[in-house]
Design a protein around this ligand. Structure first.
Ligand code: HEM
Length: 498
């Protein structure tokens, strides 16, 4: 009886502290449940819809809780620019999600690392992308190889009499090949897809899991939750996926180690080679405690794969669904391509003329709203936002999904209207509220590569191929919201235009 009263007393103290002291330190938001916070809201309502609802109810700044962590969420473009861009260093931190003690030992990698490790490695990654040809013809050629392989394969299938296409699978392996060739220097084979399917399955599971209610609830205390019946299963999934990722990326690093000439003056041809050479140079120079460890290499490869494959392939999947569902958009894109390109391959030089195609890509990114809940940031000092004092180390998110469906900026926001990104002269323009890659110092590191891929795959596929819905097999367009928002499986018809 005594023990029971003590437990009751402790619970009362916890509840008073939680509801009357901690909650009041942050902007208002929906009532969290003790221990699990607001994660329960995401069970019945998709995350991005929850944020829309909360924006209507609580305004452009509010707080929701995951477990016992308060997360301040900002929903307005102007407030986001005033904070994450104008005062960028104050928002540059990342939430130290404790799962990463398991998944990215030492908080390494590119997505969740902080401080000099993150800064040095982000700069290094951007430099490697440039050295591999981003911003020059070299990267375009790399991507175009995969675009051409996709089109050739599809035309071969058409000739062979195929009438029903799972075009997402083809986009998926193409985008997988681009990132794989950047990281490891080789593409996936379409004849034997086993390796790609395995790698992709791992990535999809991890991205899906990272958006799951159980994963988010367990985030900061997984070492205790894993002993509880319902939560054990999620822990085992994370544990196994980590083990398999280590095997996949570890094998790639080992292969490179076997053949690499660390002293060679030649330009590296992939990320692993560039990293190992840079690491060797620092070690040789006697630089102590640098940020280029073997663990960092592993975590960076994982992050580039997770952040770079699923995102781009899924955006393209949405784009082709929207184009199929809106045949007049397909017609307008193709009319523009006929006028400025003809039957040859579209390159970046054509981009300036292809206003409607650019607007179609932009509108697909806006409407699909790929990232329903942004990657959490952390304030690095006390800040004040819209009159609210937010302490240092608060987890904070610029909720880009809410901005991109905001009727104030995008009237009739749930409709697909590429015209909204054309000015009165028909020229493409991107307003600041269009922020699929986020903004500020932690904005997407792969934005340049993703933009190149989105343009080249879209323009060339629409130029060479005609897409349609198959009678009796309508595309549902159902949104499956997890770490990213993916469409339900779909098939389409494709014929050749040339
Ligand atoms: C359509 C495709 C893509 C979209 C919509 C997208 C979107 C995003 C978003 C919203 C973030 C979080 C930004 C923030 O924290 O505020 C992010 C971060 C990141 N993205 Fe992307 N991304 C895409 C493609 C790529 C590609 C192709 C790569 C690399 C090959 C990549 C690598 C990264 C990395 C490493 C980060 C973490 C950056 C940091 O914390 O410094 N992404 N991305």
């Amino acid at each position: 009886m005594g023990l029971f009263l003590v437990a009751l007393g402790l619970l009362a103290v916890y509840l008073i502290h939680f509801y009357f002291i901690r909650r009041r330190q942050f902007p208002p938001g929906p009532i969290p449940l003790p221990f699990i916070g607001n994660a329960y809201s995401f069970i019945s309502t998709p995350m991005d819809t929850c944020f829309q609802k909360w924006k209507d109810e609580y305004g452009d700044i509010m707080t929701f809780w995951l477990g016992d962590t308060p997360i301040v969420s900002i929903h307005d473009s102007k407030v986001i620019y005033d904070t994450f861009v104008k005062d960028a260093d104050a928002y540059i931190g990342r939430q130290q999600q404790r799962w990463n003690e398991l998944l990215r030992p030492g908080h390494t990698g590119l997505l969740f690392s902080e401080g000099s490790l993150w800064r040095d490695n982000r700069r290094f990654a951007l430099q490697v992308f440039r050295n591999l040809g981003l911003g020059r013809n070299l990267m375009q050629e790399r991507v175009l190889d995969d675009v051409i392989a996709l089109i050739d394969y599809t035309k071969k299938e058409i000739k062979a009499g195929t009438t029903e296409f799972n075009f997402f699978d083809e986009l998926d392996i193409s985008i997988g090949s681009v990132i794989n060739s950047i990281e490891f220097g080789y593409r996936f084979s379409r004849d034997d897809r086993t390796e790609f399917i395995r790698a992709k399955k791992l990535a999809t599971e991890q991205v899906k899991m990272s958006g799951s209610v159980m994963f988010r609830t367990m985030e900061q205390h997984w070492e205790y939750f894993r002993y509880l019946p319902f939560f054990r299963d999620t822990y085992m999934k994370v544990f196994n996926s980590d083990k398999e990722h280590r095997a996949f990326f570890g094998r790639q690093i080992e292969e490179h180690r076997k053949h690499i000439d660390l002293e060679s003056e030649e330009e590296p041809t992939d990320y692993v080679e560039a990293f190992l050479k840079h690491q060797h140079k620092l070690d040789k120079e006697g630089v102590v405690g640098h940020s280029f460890s073997e663990t960092q290499l592993y975590s960076a490869l994982l992050d580039l794969w997770l952040a770079g494959q699923e995102t781009t392939a899924t955006t393209l999947a949405w784009l082709f669904i929207y184009v199929i569902k809106n045949p007049e958009v397909q017609k307008k894109c193709q009319a523009e391509l006929d006028e400025f390109v003809g039957d040859r391959i579209v390159t970046l030089d054509d981009k300036v003329n292809l206003n409607y195609v650019n607007a179609t890509v932009a509108e697909a990114q806006r409407l699909c709203n790929l990232v329903p809940i942004n990657v959490p940031h952390r304030t690095t000092r006390d800040v004040e936002i819209m009159g609210h004092k937010i302490p240092k180390h608060t987890v904070i998110m610029n909720q880009i999904s809410t901005v991109m469906h905001d009727e104030r900026y995008f009237p009739d926001a749930k409709s697909f209207k590429p015209e909204r990104f054309l000015d009165e002269k028909g020229k493409f323009y991107a307003p600041p509220e269009l922020m699929p890659f986020s903004v500020g110092k932690r904005a997407c590191l792969g934005e340049g590569l993703a933009r190149l891929e989105l343009f080249l795959f879209t323009a060339n596929a629409l130029n060479q191929l005609q897409f349609g819905e198959i009678p009796g097999k309508p595309i549902s367009g159902e949104r499956i919201v997890a770490g990213t928002t993916a469409p339900a499986p779909w098939v389409c018809s494709i014929t050749a235009r040339y």
